[in-house]
Design a protein around this ligand. Structure first.
Ligand SMILES: Nc1ncnc2c1ncn2[C@@H]1O[C@H](COP(=O)(O)OP(=O)(O)O)[C@@H](O)[C@H]1O
Ligand SMILES: O=P(O)(O)OC[C@H](O)CO
Length: 490
């Protein structure tokens, strides 16, 4: 089996990646391509569907060519993706009706506020585990159907298909144009009842979305069809939203286990077993994975800006030349000197859910320097994680450790400060690409490469552990400072 691989496609917010994994879950090759972000109006974020597709197709071809691997050696494909991002296309022509509306896009904030005022949030939360926020797909679908001329009549004629990014990629990968998604992606639309596991007629009604445009919903580890685009026929056997895939890649299979992924945003997910917890702290209840028809739920805290703030330091403020430089700068300072940065660039996500909040730097004195702003940006990611972890402890289980991954956790200073502020050991795995790994595992389960999640769990390896080293009074003092800064922007 040594010459057999799984090809994991990770279609993220800023780039598309293709990674080949062997049976032991080791990456043996990777190709990555960034693509343009479009900001057509304040608070709007769009992707060109053709960029999503063409970068994905190219990175798949590139990784196979680089490693000299042909389609016959690829046992299966797994697909993981930026979630909630919404596409609608014409089933007959394949033409997208509109640009993809990205998860970060706030154009439907007003509609969400109106629906909240009309009292819809409570029943909607019970069914979906989510909140009324522009983040999720439903209001984005409604926006496209309402704004694109002729869209509603095309939908009535059965000519339109809606999909999150996984669904769009699946449709384009498969010759027979499979229109399907998995339960984790479905659970981010605000249209899927996480208890009955069905598209919910009341929700479709509320958002005026015709059922005909919705994809069928399968387990995460399932036969999604096959593709002939890379030479031979390769089955597609795994799909999961990226944060759920990372939960699997981090082997958080026991209730109470938590992972946190630090990429563009930061997403903390705790496994809650077969219970969909109704959060009292404005966290989301979501489907962590569904395998063999059995659903495992998760509690999720989503922060919209994490690594994106480091990019902002680099691209807009010019305070650093590279993201990794932030580590050296933060480490060289003896403390934060009371400087806090609240990166509420697109409002605040969990547990605040305030779309109108905006960013701020507070505590500046004559001695404050660019270095303090850089350090404050890294610190903010850690304080926000503590906000989420405290909310989670209030709703369910207090975590014993935190497993971290994503582009930012190569930063040792960040990982240590995170352990210090949480007062919790932080563990970093050997395979940093946990998102792609998670979906490779899902495909591998279907292939029979792995007999169970327990077997997969035994493959998880720790690369580094960061133990809390800060005394409690200092931890409390720093966190209190953060809370004061946060109060200034709300
Ligand atoms: N050493 C570092 N310190 C801080 N941030 C970093 C570091 N390396 C990368 N990043 C940030 O991590 C993000 C990239 O992570 P990645 O997981 O690839 O993101 P995504 O999948 O959301 O596109 C970028 O925002 C980048 O600024
Ligand atoms: O593409 P990422 O890694 O920033 O993840 C985006 C999330 O799935 C949005 O919910």
């Amino acid at each position: 089996m040594s010459d057999s691989f799984i090809l994991a496609i990770d279609q993220g917010t800023t780039s598309s990646r293709a990674i080949l994994f062997d049976k032991q879950g080791h990456p043996v090759g990777m190709a990555q391509e960034e693509f343009p972000q479009h900001y057509p109006a304040d608070g709007w974020v769009e992707h060109d569907p053709n960029d999503i597709w063409s970068t994905t197709e190219r990175v798949c071809r590139a990784v196979l060519a680089d490693r000299g691997i042909d389609a016959g050696q690829v046992a299966a494909i797994g697909v993981t993706n930026q979630r909630e991002t919404t596409l609608i296309w014409n089933r007959r022509t394949g033409e997208p009706l509109h640009a993809a509306i990205v998860w970060q896009d706030r154009r439907t904030a007003e509609l969400c506020t109106k629906l909240k005022q009309e009292g819809h949030e409570t029943w909607l939360r019970q069914k979906t585990g989510l909140l009324l926020d522009p983040y999720f797909s439903a209001t984005k679908i409604k926006w496209i159907l309402d704004q694109v001329p002729g869209a509603r009549s095309l939908a009535a004629a059965g000519d339109l298909a809606f999909g999150t990014v996984d669904t769009y990629l699946l449709w384009r990968l498969t010759e027979r144009r499979v229109h399907a998604t998995d339960a984790t992606n479905a659970s981010r639309t605000l249209l899927f009842n996480i208890h009955t596991q069905q598209w919910d007629p009341d929700l479709l009604d509320l958002f005026q979305i015709p059922a005909e445009i919705m994809p069928s919903v399968l387990d995460c580890s399932a036969d999604f069809g096959s593709t002939r685009l890379f030479g031979g026929d390769i089955p597609i056997l795994g799909i999961a939203g990226d944060q759920q895939a990372a939960t699997i890649g981090q082997a958080c299979f026991e209730p109470g286990m938590v992972k946190s992924t630090y990429g563009t945003g930061c997403f903390v997910v705790q496994n809650t077993g077969d219970t969909a917890i109704q959060s009292q702290h404005r966290l989301l209840s979501t489907i962590a994975y569904r395998i063999d028809g059995r659903t495992t739920y998760g509690l999720e805290g989503s922060i919209f800006v994490a690594g994106a703030a480091i990019q902002w330091l680099r691209d807009e403020m010019g305070l650093i030349d590279t993201s990794s430089e932030s580590e050296k700068i933060a480490a060289a300072l003896s403390g934060n000197h009371g400087v806090y940065l609240v990166p509420a660039f697109t409002g605040l996500g969990a547990p605040h859910w305030n779309p109108d909040a905006r960013g701020a730097i507070v505590g500046l004195t004559r001695n404050a320097s660019a270095a303090h702003v850089v350090r404050a940006t890294l610190e903010a990611v850690c304080y926000q994680t503590r906000d989420l972890m405290s909310a989670m402890a209030g709703d369910g289980t207090e975590a014993a450790t935190l497993r971290v991954d994503g582009g930012m956790v190569g930063n040792d200073w960040l990982c240590q400060f995170l352990a210090d502020i949480l007062g919790l050991p932080v563990q970093r795995p050997v395979v940093a690409e946990t998102t792609a790994l998670g979906v490779a595992y899902l495909a591998g389960l279907k292939l029979g490469w792995y007999g169970s999640l327990e077997e997969i769990g035994r493959l998880w390896e720790r690369q580094a552990s960061f133990k809390p080293a800060m005394d409690e009074p200092k931890r409390t003092r720093l966190y209190e400072g953060w809370k004061k800064a946060l109060a200034r922007v709300q």
